[in-house]
Design a binder for this molecule. Structure first.
Ligand SMILES: [Zn+2]
Length: 336
């Protein structure tokens, strides 16, 4: 099945190359006629790929064992972000195919490319959403004005319209918790640092029977379905939530962001009496995931921002944005 899909991709790519031969540079045509670089490329080998192999339709295996499909069309970026229970469990991985069919990938802070320009483009994209300005990364208290943030691609229309799928939810009240979290991100809500309202709108357009496009391996399919879905499903690792995002870098478009909460974990705290014991707060997790959906990336392990890659048990202050989270959203969208 996979082989035939790859063969088809090659055939389509070849047909396109012939059709468009008059506008495609010679080097790209050569790359297309070349054998696949895969099927499976180890992340650490990306910079050493043969110059004439074709990465479309292959897969990248990262050091933690998570695999991402390489985009099948040029200028596509896919990013998977997982929220763990410990700093080492969380991950943020990206695969990018540039307009010349060069490959780049990112494993948390490390970016490698089959060409220097693809690696540079991906670095800029993941550090600051393609804006040529670096964000502060220094460790700092939750509300320090220079608290860290990372910008991934933003929504050009300043809107994240999402649908909710309650199927598989092990607790009740999930949709309301998601709506509260979405509102916190769009309004920059923070009981600790003071509210700072960005112009981002996050709007729950209703419920859906569509699944969020996150696999049970805790990774993203090669393309989404152009509908932003927040939902539940089993993920076969101990991460608690995963966000998948797709973007086209050249025109500056964020295309889709989906969120899946791991339904294998049943002991979510939602609301009511005080949270106690070894439980995770659903709203806190959702604030983090809507941060991704709004275009933020993970910051360092020991940060007090919501975009740190792990979540603590029963710490409801994680529902409240840090100044870095707020600054990131304000940089992306401006003030409301
Ligand atoms: Zn995350």
């Amino acid at each position: 099945m996979k082989m035939s899909r790859r063969s088809k991709t090659v055939a389509i790519t070849f047909a396109l190359t012939v059709t468009c031969a008059f506008i495609v540079p010679a080097a790209d045509r050569a790359a297309h006629a070349a054998p696949l670089c895969g099927p499976l490329i180890e992340f650490e080998n990306i910079a050493d790929l043969p110059a004439d192999c074709d990465p479309t339709g292959t897969q990248i295996e990262f050091e933690n064992g998570v695999v991402l499909d390489v985009p099948t069309e040029p200028d596509r970026l896919v990013t998977v972000s997982a929220l763990g229970r410990t700093p080492s469990e969380g991950y943020e991985l990206s695969a990018y195919l540039d307009e010349s069919f060069n490959l780049a990938a990112a494993d948390d802070g490390t970016v490698l490319g089959s060409s220097p320009s693809a690696a540079r483009t991906l670095s800029d994209e993941l550090a600051n959403g393609g804006e040529q300005e670096s964000a502060p990364r220094r460790a700092s208290p939750k509300c320090a004005t220079n608290a860290p943030y990372l910008l991934n691609r933003k929504w050009a229309a300043k809107r994240y319209d999402w649908y909710y799928n309650n199927s598989g939810a092990p607790v009740s009240g999930g949709r309301e918790a998601m709506q509260r979290a979405a509102a916190s991100v769009s309004t920059g809500r923070s009981s600790s640092c003071g509210n700072r309202d960005s112009a981002l709108i996050t709007s729950n357009r209703g419920t859906t029977s569509r699944s969020s496009q996150v696999t049970r391996d805790g990774t993203c399919p090669v393309v989404g379905d152009n509908v932003n879905v927040v939902g539940w499903g089993p993920i076969d690792s101990s991460v608690l939530g995963v966000a998948c995002s797709w973007a086209a870098i050249a025109p500056g478009l964020r295309l889709e962001s989906d969120i899946k909460v791991n339904s294998n974990y049943k002991n979510w705290y939602v609301s009511g009496s005080s949270c106690s014991g070894q439980r995770y707060d659903l709203e806190s997790l959702a604030v983090h995931e809507f941060g991704h959906a709004g275009g933020l990336g993970h910051v360092g392990d020991d940060e007090s921002q919501i975009m740190k890659p792990f979540i603590n048990q029963c710490n409801l202050s994680q529902r409240s944005l840090g100044r870095g989270d707020q600054n990131g959203l304000l940089r992306h969208y401006g003030s409301a």
